[in-house]
Design a protein around this ligand. Structure first.
Ligand code: 4AD
Ligand code: MG
Length: 460
């Protein structure tokens, strides 16, 4: 008979039903005249208890099955006398598909996240990482559904680009092997030749191309990988991360904040409704306040403060900060966390930052010293969304480019979008990993992306 997933059985398969499951053994335990296997197939957090008795043709083999082995089990669903599970599976046939010996690194005991990072190829088979990556997948689908429900066009922006959207000089350079070059002495590949006429790099953001599409389709979004050669070795920065970037034509900063708030709350409601088992696990084992926090945020509207107000709050703070606080300086993570955790007690939009510390494309406010920027800060994570109303006035945009050391000619196509049919427009970027950190309580970005790329680490 056909394989069914363990989630389906635990969700209420009737006793007496014959099923086949396939999965990996989490633990095995041999009792008097009986062997128990906890089998997990990734479809849910819980494992299915398989009960095997000496009548099985290969009982001796079954008794010896180790943690980590892949098995197929055919048997009958039965009500379980054991606490904590409604049903178990009485095996009629157990097949070892792939064995595992005692050197399998995920033997049953608590492992630190640091250790599990060193076995990123195996950690998806642990409870915590199973839960992280189920939530990650579910959220990705929710992102698309949110925008589809609102008529946003999904656009694939290029990964290889010559423009540094954020102007922070954090592009990874893309080069290629020169087929005519002699092999290097140590046999290493020579990546010194440029394939593209201009120096190309990996995108730091799909925004500039997204804006071009918003000027045709009105409402669009991107959702893809972005790359930053940030030297920061922090729990919140990765060299490769995923970003969701909506962009709306005929929209201002208010519209932008309204969309961000709707979106964020939608994603909170999504995990509460669709990832209950995994969320309960994080609430119990990783962050005791998680469910209460996410529930509260799902049903509340977010605070908003001016950058200037934020600076005043920080100056009055009783706690000492590592980094200085002064009008004109950028906010650091410690400041962001103070504002959201101590001042507001929840998510807060900080808007209208000094022009000097923000990217060239942000719209200059009437005061001449601030731009229509918007960051959403949340407890524990800090900045989770960065966005703005864009400068739609061609002359001012050119001035801002020059100010930021960008030659207007290098972005002639971007300026064209202001030359013909320019509209007020706005958008933002949500860091997907930071969202997952916020919604799981996981405290290190390396633990919410399948294979983290950080300074000195890109092996697997
Ligand atoms: O604030 P950022 O740099 O904004 C942009 O890239 C704009 N182009 C977005 C837009 O308006 N369309 O980045 C946006 C978000 C941040 O708030 C943060 O959540 C995340 O992307 N982010 C990172 N996440 C992980 N690792 C990094 N190195 C990140 N840098 C930014
Ligand atoms: Mg930012």
């Amino acid at each position: 008979n056909e394989r069914i997933r363990i989630r389906e059985i635990l969700a209420g398969a009737p006793a007496g039903r014959e099923v086949t499951v396939k999965g990996w053994v989490r633990t095995s335990r041999v009792g008097k005249g009986v062997a128990f296997l906890a089998v997990n197939d990734g479809s849910c957090l819980a494992s299915l208890q398989v009960v095997a008795e000496p009548g099985l043709a290969n009982y001796d083999e079954v008794r010896a099955i180790g943690t980590g082995a892949a098995v197929a089990v055919r048997g009958l669903v039965a009500e379980s006398p054991a606490a904590g599970q409604a049903v178990e599976l009485h095996a009629a046939e157990v097949t070892v598909i792939g064995s595992a010996d005692e050197q399998y690194p995920l033997q049953k005991k608590r492992h630190t996240f640091e250790y599990l990072r060193t076995i990123a190829h195996l950690r998806p088979r642990s409870n915590t990482f199973g839960a992280v990556f189920r939530i990650r997948s579910s959220l990705a689908q929710a992102v698309h559904r949110f925008f589809a429900e609102r008529g946003f066009l999904y656009v694939h922006t290029p990964i290889i680009t010559t423009s540094d959207c954020e102007g922070a000089g954090e592009l990874f350079r893309v080069t290629t092997l020169d087929p005519s070059a002699p092999p290097m002495a140590d046999g290493a590949v020579d990546f010194s030749q440029d394939f593209f006429a201009a120096q190309a790099g990996l995108t730091v953001s799909g925004q500039l191309e997204g804006e071009l599409f918003a000027q045709a389709f009105s409402d669009i979004y991107t959702f893809g990988p972005t790359f930053r050669a940030e030297n920061s070795n922090t729990p919140r920065h990765a060299a490769e991360f995923w970003m969701i970037e909506p962009e709306m034509a005929f929209a201002d900063l208010r519209d932008d904040a309204a969309l961000a708030e709707d979106f964020f709350r939608y994603l909170c409601r999504h995990v509460l409704a669709n990832c209950a088992e995994d969320m309960a696990f994080f609430n119990e084992h990783v962050d005791r306040g998680l469910l209460a926090r996410v529930r509260q945020v799902a049903g509340s509207s977010f605070a908003m403060m001016e950058y200037g107000e934020a600076i005043e709050h920080l100056k009055r703070a009783a706690v000492p900060f590592e980094y200085p606080v002064e009008w004109g300086l950028d906010l650091q993570t410690e400041h962001e966390r103070y504002l959201t955790e101590q001042v507001v007690g929840g998510p807060v939009f900080v808007v209208n930052y000094p022009r000097e510390i923000k990217a060239f494309y942000m719209r200059l406010n009437d005061d001449g010293r601030t731009v229509a920027a918007m960051d959403l800060l949340v407890p524990k994570v800090g900045e989770i969304i960065g966005g703005s109303q864009r400068e739609e006035r061609c002359d001012l945009l050119e001035i801002r480019m020059r100010e930021s050391g960008i030659a207007p000619e290098s972005l002639w196509w971007y300026l064209d979008s202001r030359r013909w049919g320019s509209t007020p427009h706005a958008g933002f970027g949500l860091g997907f990993e930071r969202l997952i950190m916020y919604l799981t309580g996981m405290e290190n970005i390396r633990d919410v992306i399948p294979f983290p790329r950080t300074p000195r680490h890109a092996e697997f």
